[in-house]
Design a protein around this ligand. Structure first.
Ligand code: 1QQ
Length: 386
C-alpha cells in the first residue's frame, strides 16, 4: 500500500513538473500539446469557382490531406483540426463573405487563404481587426503582410522571386529588349509588373512597349500585334493562368516565333497553363516557390501521397497549402492553446522548420524565407530552367 502511494505521489509530481515546464518558444523544440483538446476550427478560403479556379482546388485538396494526416497521427495531442472550407468565387466580395462567416459564425482562430492577393486585400483587414490569424498560401503581391501583425504568408512574394527570374533568364538567353503585357486591374498582376519593371531596369534591359489588359479579356491581338511589330527578344507577361494561356496561344498564332520566350510570375505556376495553351506554352518560363522533384524532407512522400489520394501530381499551390497547414499546426502546438494571439506569437517564431517548401522561416515582417526556383514548360510539364 505504502509503495503504491509513493508511486502515485511520484507520478503526480512528475506530471506537475511536466505541466510547468518552460513554454517551448521555438518550433524546432519538441513541444507538449497536452493542454490542447477538442476540435480547433480553422477556415480555408480558396477560389473554387471563377477566374482563379485553376488554383483553388489543388489548394483545397492539399490542405485537407495535411489536416487528415495531422489528426490521424495525434500531432496535436487530444486536439484535432476542423477545417472549414469556403469558396471565394475568385472575387473580393466572395472573400469578404467567407471571412465574415468563418470569423463571426464558425469562430475560427485562423484562416488559410484567400487564393488571390486581390481578395486578400479586401478580406484580411477583417481578420486583423478581430485578431484572427491569416496564413496566406498563394498571395504574392506587395502590401499583404503590411495589412497587420496577424497576417502571414508562406508564398514567396513576386518582389523576391522575380529579380532572380530576370537575372537567370537574361544570363542564359541574353535578351536586351523585351515587351511587357500585364493586367492592370488586379493586385497580383500589377505587383508582378512593378517587380518585373524594377528587375529589368536593374539588369539594363530595354522595355520596348508596355501593354495592358483587363480581367476576363479574351482577345489580346491588338496588344500582341503591336508587340510583334517591335521585335522583342522576349515577352514578359504578368497574368493569371487563363489570360496567360490566351496570350501565348494568340501570340504564336500571330506569328511571334518560338524563340521569343514568354516569361512570367506566379500566375504561370499551374499545370493548367500548359493544358490550356498546349504547344503555345512550350518554353514558357516562370519564377516559382517549389519544384516537384525537390528533395526537401518529406516532399517526395507528399507528392506520392497526394498522387495516391487524388490521382494527379500536386502543383506549387498544393505544396504551399500543405506546408501552411503544418506550419500552423506547429504554431498551435507551441501556443498550447487555441487562441488567436497565442497562435500569432508562436507562428512569428517559426524558424528553420522542415517543410515541403524546404527549410522555412518567417522574417520579421511575417513574409516567408526560402529559396525560389526558375522553371519552364517542357513537353507539357514543368522542368527546371537551367
Ligand atoms: C496572387 C497570386 C496568384 C497567382 C494566386 C493564385 O500569386 O494573387 O497573389
Amino acid at each position: 500500500m505504502q509503495n503504491v502511494r509513493l508511486v502515485s505521489l511520484l507520478l503526480v509530481v512528475t506530471l506537475l513538473l511536466a505541466a510547468c515546464g518552460a513554454p517551448a518558444a521555438q518550433p524546432t523544440a519538441a513541444p507538449a500539446a497536452g493542454a490542447l483538446s477538442g476540435q480547433i476550427a480553422i477556415g480555408a478560403v480558396w477560389s473554387l469557382t471563377g477566374a482563379a479556379a485553376i488554383y483553388g482546388p489543388s489548394q483545397k485538396q492539399a490542405a485537407e490531406m495535411a489536416v487528415e494526416e495531422i489528426n490521424k497521427t495525434g500531432y496535436l495531442g487530444q486536439a484535432t483540426i476542423k477545417l472549414i472550407t469556403e469558396d471565394d468565387r475568385s472575387t473580393k466580395e466572395g472573400a469578404i463573405a467567407a471571412f465574415e462567416k468563418l470569423i463571426n459564425q464558425d469562430k475560427v482562430v485562423a484562416i488559410f487563404g484567400p487564393t488571390l492577393s486581390n481578395s486578400a486585400k479586401a478580406a484580411d483587414p477583417m481578420a486583423q481587426e478581430k485578431k484572427v490569424v491569416v496564413l496566406a498560401t498563394s498571395n504574392t503581391a506587395a502590401g499583404i503582410v503590411e495589412i497587420g501583425d496577424f497576417v502571414f504568408r508562406d508564398s514567396l512574394p513576386e518582389a523576391s522571386v522575380i529579380p532572380n527570374t530576370i537575372k537567370a533568364t537574361k544570363a542564359k538567353l541574353g535578351y536586351k529588349k523585351v515587351a511587357i503585357l500585364y493586367g492592370d486591374d488586379d493586385a497580383f498582376t500589377k505587383s508582378g509588373y512593378d517587380a518585373f519593371k524594377a528587375a529589368l531596369d536593374a539588369e539594363g534591359v530595354e522595355i520596348l512597349a508596355t501593354e495592358t489588359f483587363k480581367k476576363g479579356d479574351t482577345d489580346f491581338s491588338a496588344q500582341l500585334t503591336k508587340i510583334k511589330g517591335l521585335n522583342p527578344e522576349a515577352i514578359v507577361v504578368s497574368a493569371l493562368a487563363e489570360e496567360a494561356a490566351g496570350i501565348m496561344s494568340q501570340g504564336r498564332q500571330l506569328g511571334i516565333p518560338d524563340s521569343v520566350r514568354f516569361i512570367g510570375g506566379n500566375g504561370f505556376n499551374s499545370p493548367k497553363l500548359a493544358q490550356l495553351a498546349g504547344k503555345a506554352a512550350e518554353g514558357a518560363i516562370s519564377g516559382a516557390a517549389w519544384f516537384i522533384n525537390s528533395t526537401a524532407p518529406g516532399n517526395q512522400d507528399f507528392v506520392k501521397a497526394y498522387n495516391a489520394k487524388y490521382g494527379a501530381n500536386p502543383d506549387q499551390f498544393a505544396a504551399q497549402a500543405y506546408a501552411a497547414v503544418y506550419i500552423m499546426a506547429s504554431a498551435i502546438k507551441h501556443a498550447g492553446k487555441a487562441d488567436g494571439q497565442a497562435i500569432r506569437d508562436a507562428l512569428a517564431q517559426t524558424k528553420d522548420m522542415d517543410t515541403v517548401l524546404g527549410k522555412f522561416s518567417f522574417d520579421a515582417n511575417r513574409d516567408p524565407q526560402h529559396t525560389p526556383v526558375v522553371q519552364m514548360v517542357k513537353d507539357g510539364q514543368f522542368a527546371l530552367f537551367e
